[in-house]
Design a protein around this ligand. Structure first.
Ligand code: BTN
Length: 265
């Protein structure tokens, strides 16, 4: 199937199914960052349907959480951004979208990887102690209304060699020793994001319990760095606002994303 027919087939299959994410896909050979590209289109007032996906074969300035870069070998992995308009949520409920997107990736990849796949709070995708993917959500808020969320997703698919400085990293191919079709994996993730986003609109309460069940290191004694101290603690859950619940020597406290880091074994 050529590129045009492939995308129009997706469009026809999904028109009535509610699987709106990825009906409109902009596929780029090379870009700085798909998140930045999408943000620029929006700032120019480009009319874009909710669920539009910008994907790139190569990002030369891919961005990760906390000002990190996201490095991905050209043509080997998925690097894409989804446009969502979560105006039904208040901006202070941002973490709810994190829950939905993390669970969607978990739904899409668990049939491939199995139960070793976990969500490392807040939204990294881990297999055992290695990172398979990550999510960078950037928000555009107008007044009190949450206008756009740019949901950037990077999943390591067929890359097997990673730069020396990048540790604790894996890919589908490294784990399962076979190549995966990027378009198929993309479609699985997009479909699951459509479904979890619908759940976010209609029945938000059940997302949190599912998210917590799938957390990396849940109820398992683990080491963390808090400030300049190393501690052992047990993750017991997450608050509605997205703070991690951690029990250290029988005392439970909550921590924000920048307050704590995992010490990966
Ligand atoms: C992280 O784990 O630090 C988040 C990584 C997010 C990477 C994706 S790749 C597609 C999109 N464009 C970017 O520049 N970043 C996100």
């Amino acid at each position: 199937m050529d590129e045009f027919n492939y995308y129009s087939a997706i469009l026809q299959n999904n028109t009535f199914s509610g699987l709106f994410v990825g009906q409109n896909i902009v596929s780029l050979r090379q870009v700085d960052s798909t998140n930045t590209y999408l943000k620029n289109l929006l700032s120019k007032g480009e009319p874009l349907a909710e669920g539009t996906v910008i994907m790139a074969e190569e990002q030369f300035a891919g961005r990760g959480q906390v000002n990190n870069t996201w490095v991905s070998e050209p043509g080997m992995n998925l690097t894409f951004s989804i446009l969502l308009c979560p105006s039904f949520l208040l901006p202070e409920n941002q973490f709810q979208l994190n829950l939905a997107v993390s669970l969607a990736i978990n739904d899409a990849l668990t049939p491939i990887i199995g139960r070793d796949l976990k969500i490392k709070w807040p939204n990294d995708i881990y297999v055992k102690n290695q990172k398979l993917g990550g999510v960078l959500i950037e928000n555009i808020v107008q007044g009190t209304s949450w206008k756009y969320a740019i949901v950037g997703i990077g999943i390591n698919v067929n890359q097997v060699n990673f730069p020396a400085g990048i540790t604790n990293v894996t890919s589908l191919k490294k784990i399962l020793h076979q190549d995966y079709d990027l378009q198929n994996v993309l479609k699985e993730i997009c479909d699951k994001v459509s479904i979890r986003y619908q759940q976010l609109k209609s029945d938000r309460s059940s997302l949190m319990a599912e998210y917590v069940t799938n957390l990396y290191k849940l109820n398992t004694p683990s080491r963390f760095r808090i400030g300049n101290k190393e501690v052992e603690g047990v993750i017991t859950g997450v608050t509605e606002q997205g703070f991690l619940r951690l029990k250290i020597a029988d005392e439970e406290n909550t921590y924000g994303f920048k307050e704590l880091s995992y010490i990966i074994p």
